[in-house]
Design a protein. Structure first.
Length: 335
């Protein structure tokens, strides 16, 4: 057995070890040296978006934001959800995590919005092109299976410490559901409905805008919901790179073994997650019945239904100018 082990060890030593890590490091160094001005612009844009949203959420008194959130909850799901949302947000105020919660909510909204703006067009492209789908799917698999800490390292190098690396890592982590569910929704649209649009001479853009997107909206909104949830799950990891917010307090509690701070920050994350999940889910659910009605009764893109072929009563004699007689006016009719 020892001889076999020595032989196998010598065989493994003879194999050249691929320097994948060194290649990635050289690639990141090259990008940093060549495209650093571009990444500085991206950093400024992301930082500006974050500061603007954070100013809107953190500037007014907490009770203003709670009232607005309760009104949104009432419109979306009714009074029970509105009361529950108000109570949950008041709990965040009570444990003195309001400012951190608004910082984390700003990060989630900015990263989620960018992921949605990128993901939905990519999903449309993947649904309409098999070549694009075959290229995009492996990239999404790589983004979903790679641990977030792995692409946090180049994000730190390219965008420096702060909230921007957290936003970039969150976008990469949360992008996949928007692309996949948009593609799935458009591909699942009934072909007969699309063929009806083509039969009426509708353009490809009009079919997409008036037929495919409305019918795929429940799937698209489910993707939006998943983007928001995955963005919230990245709050703690973003806190490790200086993003602050609730994630920063969770990281502090972990380093200090502070159970009180960790539980309060974690509870605040849970409250925000429940609120955003129910809110976005209700936005998607309101369109399901409309989508089912459109699928059950397809019409032309202009709203005009084709007349059945059996309703045509014109004869050759009518076309030649002769008056068509009904059975009652026929000379052979029995009176």
């Amino acid at each position: 057995m020892n001889g076999i082990r020595l032989q196998s060890s010598g065989f493994l030593d003879a194999i050249t070890r691929p320097e994948i890590g060194a290649w990635v490091e050289a690639f990141v160094d090259f990008i940093t040296d060549v495209f650093q001005p571009v990444f500085d612009v991206i950093r400024s844009v992301f930082q500006g978006l974050y500061d603007g949203v954070d100013l809107v959420l953190s500037g007014p008194p907490f009770w203003v934001i709670i009232i607005v959130a309760a009104l949104l909850a009432f419109v979306a799901r009714g009074p029970v959800f509105a009361i529950g949302s108000a109570v949950g947000l008041l709990i965040i105020v009570g444990v003195e995590q309001w400012d951190n919660a608004m910082d984390s909510l700003s990060l989630v909204l900015v990263a989620g919005l960018i992921a949605i703006v990128i993901g939905i067009p990519l999903g449309i492209l993947a649904a309409r092109s098999k070549v694009a789908s075959s290229i995009i799917r492996p990239l999404l698999d790589f983004m979903q299976t790679t641990p977030a800490f792995v692409y946090l390292i180049p994000a730190l190098i390219l965008f420096r410490i702060g909230v921007v690396p957290g936003i970039v890592a969150t976008i990469v982590f949360a992008l996949a559901p928007a692309v996949r569910l948009t593609e799935l929704g458009i591909r699942n649209v009934d072909r007969e409905v699309v063929e009806a649009g083509n039969a009426f001479g509708a353009s490809s853009w009009r079919i997409l805008r008036q037929i495919q997107l409305p019918l795929a909206m429940p799937n698209i909104m489910a993707g939006v919901n998943q983007v928001i949830m995955l963005s919230l799950s990245m709050v703690v990891i973003a806190g490790m790179v200086g993003a602050g917010g609730l994630g920063g307090d969770v990281v502090k509690s972990l380093s200090r073994i502070d159970i009180q701070l960790g539980s309060e920050a974690g509870l605040s994350v849970v409250i925000l997650a429940i609120f955003l999940d129910r809110l976005t889910a209700s936005l998607g659910g309101g369109r399901k019945q409309r989508g089912k009605r459109m699928k059950a009764a397809p019409s032309s893109p202009g709203g005009i239904r084709p007349a059945p072929a059996s309703s045509t009563t014109t004869t050759d004699s009518t076309a030649s100018g002769e008056e068509q007689r009904t059975p009652a006016e026929s000379p052979t009719a029995v009176r």
